[in-house]
Design a protein around this ligand. Structure first.
Ligand code: NAP
Length: 499
């Protein structure tokens, strides 16, 4: 059973009680009292220790040395005295660095967490250090390192794999690259992980998930060695809604699986080092082309498009690339227009999404035109597909049954790639953008009486296509949609009807 530890930095006993009570209410199993940070912020540490006995959660007393990322400004003997006072006051654990273990005057009554931190890299001789921690009497061996890229994440996973069965263990990757180590702690066999209070933006270390997310979004309490591991690789990745929707689907379906965000700079290094323990992967910007040649084969449509957003394995263990964006968009257009054979469809944009949609529409015998800000890109794509192209300015001169916004226009600002006066009431309008749900393009089309669809359904459908490939069962799309709407904010829940 994983122990969720929440770091707290109270400035007085009232705050100590309040933060601990709040941590318990949110689902934490223990608090880490960061005495070094408390002292730095002016708290009287001895006064805090006097309140330990009355708390509703066990306390890990930590007074981190500056050499290992702490903020303690007093002498080493004062630091050790404070930790021994915490032991006397009833702390459940004392956390002391391996480098300082010889400074303790005697073994504390509390359990010993012996730790090693590297805030700039992956440390040195880590296996040997864990062995030293064990022989020095560690109840818990704690390793906190700073992965630079995903091959370092593989190092953390292997470390956990080698040492998890031999006593309680924390293996923590700091920063955003390290986040999966915190989310996968239970699946990797670790005994503890850290999570911040929901109301605490930063946590004591960057990259800490909130207690709520760890328990309710990621379902960490149910993870074990059999948990299937999925994720999304991208850069940036911190605002992705994919973890929320896939984990909601796993939890709803009672599937022992988890889906985590991987911040990846080099996709090939990531997959070569971590692919062995990842059961399926979503791929997003800027990596949709990166692993195209690293699969055993790609589905036909993905092969034609030249980009994949999904990796999955077949029953023989072969690695397959798929592009679920294309069919997802096609289903959205069909839901608006029905049969697409000979329907005149204009795609605005010639980037990755526009390209996937153009291939899917041509496959459905639609009559496709492509218009792009950079007309040369429109021309190149159109020539590849044998369809028409024009500049964005020229596009409004023709009539279309369907217009699809495959540009990013409307995402960051209230603007539209299409002139308001050119909308017609007999058109079907699909915007791939879903942040916001109602773009200017859709608003103006609806005013003209057109049938409209925002990009959320496509987002849910492409994720459902991934889920179905990974697990060979239908995806609970209404559950995924609800999780997406929650992620987009309460306002979206009010405006978007559920399927
Ligand atoms: P991309 O490859 O970078 O392509 C961006 C496209 O937008 C290009 O055609 C670009 O034209 C055009 N563009 C950008 N700024 C413009 C402007 N100010 N005026 C006119 N055109 C402009 O991006 P992508 O991967 O195709 O993604 C495009 C959009 O699709 C995203 O922003 C996202 O909202 C949406 N999307 C939706 C889903 C979903 O599931 N619903 C999934 C993925 C993406 P140039 O060639 O001239 O630069």
């Amino acid at each position: 059973m994983i122990t969720i530890v929440t770091p707290i930095v109270p400035h007085d006993r009232v705050a100590l009680t309040r933060l601990t009570t709040s941590a318990r209410a949110q689902g934490a199993d223990a608090v880490e009292l960061r005495l070094d940070l408390c002292a730095q912020s002016g708290a009287v540490c001895q006064d805090l220790l006097a309140g330990l006995q009355d708390l509703v959660l066990p306390v890990i007393a930590t007074c981190r040395h500056r050499d290992e990322g702490g903020a303690w400004e007093g002498s080493e003997s004062e630091r050790i005295d404070l930790l021994m006072a915490a032991d006397q006051a009833g702390a459940a654990f004392i956390d002391i660095e391996l480098a300082a273990i010889g400074h303790l005057p005697h073994k504390p009554q509390a359990g010993l967490i012996i730790s090693y931190h590297d805030f700039t890299g992956m440390g040195t001789d880590v296996d040997a250090r864990i062995a030293q921690m064990r022989s020095a009497g560690a109840a818990v061996a704690k390793i906190a390192l700073t992965p630079g890229d995903s091959d370092d994440l593989a190092t953390l996973q292997q470390l956990a794999q080698r040492h998890a069965g031999q006593g309680q263990l924390m293996v923590i990757g700091m920063g955003e690259v390290g986040l999966p180590s915190r989310l996968l702690a239970a699946a990797w066999g670790c005994s503890h992980t850290f999570a911040r209070l929901d109301e605490d933006d930063q946590g004591s270390a960057p990259g800490q998930p909130s207690i709520h997310d760890l328990i309710h979004t990621y379902g960490i309490r149910t993870h074990n060695a059999d948990t299937l591991i999925f994720g999304v690789m991208g850069n940036p990745i911190n605002h992705s809604l994919s973890p929320a929707i896939h984990n909601a689907a796993f939890i709803h379906e009672g599937i022992n699986a988890v889906y985590v965000p991987f911040l990846v700079h080099d996709a090939q290094t990531f997959w070569q080092s971590c692919g062995a323990w990842i059961d399926g992967l979503s791929i997003t910007i800027p990596h949709k082309h990166s692993l195209f040649h690293d699969t055993d084969y790609n589905e036909d449509l993905a092969q034609a498009i030249g980009a994949i957003n999904t990796l999955y394995r077949d029953q023989e263990g072969r690695l397959i690339g798929a592009n679920t964006d294309a069919h997802a968009a096609l289903e959205c257009v069909r839901s608006l227009r029905g049969d697409l054979a000979h329907a005149h469809c204009l795609i605005l944009g010639a980037g990755g999404v526009a390209r996937a949609i153009a291939f899917a529409l041509c496959d459905s015998d639609a009559r496709v035109s492509i218009a792009n800000r950079n007309p040369q890109r429109a021309q190149e794509l159109a020539e590849e597909l044998g369809c028409q192209w024009c500049s964005l300015a020229e596009a409004a001169n023709d009539h279309y049954d369907v217009i699809i916004n495959g540009t990013s226009v409307g995402m960051r600002e209230d603007s539209s790639p299409w002139p308001a006066e050119a909308h017609r009431d007999d058109q079907a309008i699909f915007d791939t953008v879903y942040t916001p749900l109602e773009t200017r393009f859709l608003r103006e089309a609806a005013l003209a009486g057109a049938r409209c669809q925002n990009g959320l359904r496509m987002f849910i459908r492409q994720a459902a296509g991934q889920f179905e490939r990974w697990l060979q069962r239908p995806a609970p799309e209404p559950i995924m949609q609800r999780a997406a709407l929650q992620g987009l904010g309460a306002a979206a829940l009010d405006t978007q009807p559920e399927d």
